[in-house]
Write a protein that binds this ligand. Structure first.
Ligand SMILES: CC(C)[C@H](C(=O)O)[C@@H](O)C(=O)O
Ligand code: SF4
Length: 468
């Protein structure tokens, strides 16, 4: 029987057996940031151990940085401490770091691929759930906890159990203005936030093959939001073209050798998945979440559902609570819903393609009165590129704030927050209660949808009317 891509990568990294069901896997890349690494370094120190592979460990500052000012203390005392701890730990252990003085600094899941650190066939871990993003390159990439961060720092290995395999096959052409973000939200809406529990999901089909690397990253980024351990897309020519000549990608004679290995990284035609889901891309419309988890999502012009419409009691209760928190009522249309804040950024949607999509909607228009709108590029590289292409000028002329790279308003860990009761159209990946600030109301959307909401002051269907 053939193997799935996940099984191939998993098997090729087994360096030991812990018990009948637990293997010890080798880790090719360990990405670290300020939030989940300090205790791991402390633990290591206490045990008198050192970082085993400083050359396979890479750090960046992202969650706690201020995107308004390049200064370690601009986002408050707690943030400063975290950032300083990361800087000290990296200096002590000779770990390369993209700190605030580095021109390429940015969100960990944006910088990994940009720096060519993310490559097909690798096992990549980081103390961060959205590590699934890197699966877009055909790497097995997943988030780990702080004690596991310590384990990887000390040994460059990680105990793991093999997951089940889920195939999400998406075929057909997406409508204009319908993006990978809408695909991700539609898949989560269909499978639920627990639909991927226990699985590693592989996205296949001609819709996926037609996607850019940026879009694939958006999709894999959100695979964790359907409960999957990781998301995967088999590498192809689009992947290779993205990686060619990137700083840490194989160079010279190593390049063709790497590509020939990477070409073997796909699920065999006779591989058997534990579960398969099929989706028609043409059915996907612009999505907006109405609730407080990413599964509570609808097509922009569908009325907000009534709690009674859910057969499952837990979902019914969750819907009732979500409507209350979100200040919405059943039957209401989101296209009648005013927004206060628009956030374009996060590791889901802060890449150049996302900014291009948003800018194309905004060009020549102005942010609606009373709306606060910001664009936070995912990295220094994205920022410079957007400035060179004139996108930054489009945003600024429309009334958007144009920021430095970082996680920013994706979560309330820095100096950017949505105020209690405010409604935010956000391109991030989580809409949990309090995620963007206490009492903040988050609606997850694509960059083009967020951009249109900023201009209209409310949600609109960008596939219709003057927007299309
Ligand atoms: C702070 C960090 C541990 C967290 C994560 O693991 O994902 C954050 O990045 C998030 O998006 O919620
Ligand atoms: S941008 Fe948001 S989701 Fe991504 S790593 Fe930062 S906080 Fe987590």
């Amino acid at each position: 029987m053939g193997q799935t891509l996940y099984q191939k990568i998993y098997q090729s990294h087994v360096v030991g057996k812990i018990n009948a069901s637990t293997d010890l896997l080798y880790v090719d890349r360990h990405l670290i940031h300020e939030v989940t690494s300090p205790q791991a370094f402390s633990g290591l120190k206490l045990a008198g151990r050192h970082v085993r592979r400083t050359d396979l460990t890479f750090a960046t500052m992202d969650h706690n940085v201020s995107t308004q000012k390049r200064s370690l203390d601009a986002a408050g005392e707690t943030s400063r401490k975290q950032l300083e701890a990361l800087a000290e730990n990296c200096a002590e252990n000779q770990i390369p770091i993209l700190d605030l003085t580095h021109p390429d600094q940015g969100i960990v899941h944006v910088i990994g691929p940009e720096q060519g650190l993310t490559q097909p066939g690798m096992i990549i871990v980081c103390g961060d759930s959205h590590t699934s993003t890197h699966g877009a390159f055909g790497a097995l990439a997943f988030g780990i906890g702080t004690s596991e961060v310590e384990h990887v720092l000390a040994t460059q290995t990680l105990p793991q159990q093999q997951a089940k395999t889920l195939k999400v096959e998406i075929n057909g052409q997406l409508s204009a203005h319908v993006t990978a973000k809408d695909v991700a939200l539609a898949v989560i809406g269909k499978l639920g936030t627990a639909g991927g529990n226990g699985y590693v999901a592989e996205f296949t089909g001609d819709t996926i093959s037609a996607m850019s690397m940026e879009s694939r990253m958006t999709l894999c980024n959100m695979s964790i939001e359907m409960g999957a351990k990781a998301g995967l897309i088999a590498p192809d020519d689009v992947t290779f073209a993205y990686l060619k000549d990137k700083a840490n990608a194989p160079q010279g004679e190593h390049w063709p050798a790497a590509v020939s290995y990477w070409q073997s990284l796909h699920s065999d035609s006779d591989a058997v998945f534990d579960h398969t889901v099929q989706i028609n891309a043409a059915d996907i419309t612009p999505q907006v979440t109405w609730g407080t988890n990413p599964e509570q999502v609808i097509s922009v012009d569908t009325p907000v559902p009534a709690p009674e419409s859910f057969a499952d009691e837990t979902k019914r209760d969750a819907a009732a609570r979500a409507l209350q928190y979100m200040g919405l009522s059943a039957g209401q249309k989101l296209t009648d819903c005013q927004v206060d804040v628009v956030f374009i950024g996060s590791c889901t949607n802060s890449r150049i393609e996302d900014l291009r999509a948003a800018a194309s909607v905004i060009k020549g228009k102005t942010v609606a009165a009373g709306v606060r709108a910001l664009v936070v590029p995912g990295s220094g590289i994205v920022k410079r590129q957007a400035e060179a292409e004139g996108l930054a000028d489009i945003f600024k002329a429309a009334g958007f704030e144009w920021r430095e790279p970082g996680c920013s308003m994706c979560l309330g860990m820095n100096d950017d927050r949505v105020e209690a009761g405010q409604r935010c159209a956000s391109t991030s990946n989580r809409n949990f209660e309090g995620r963007q600030g206490r009492g903040a109301r988050t609606h997850l959307v694509s960059p083009a949808m967020a951009a249109a909401a900023a201009i209209a002051g409310k949600f609109v269907n960008i596939t219709q009317g003057d927007w299309a």
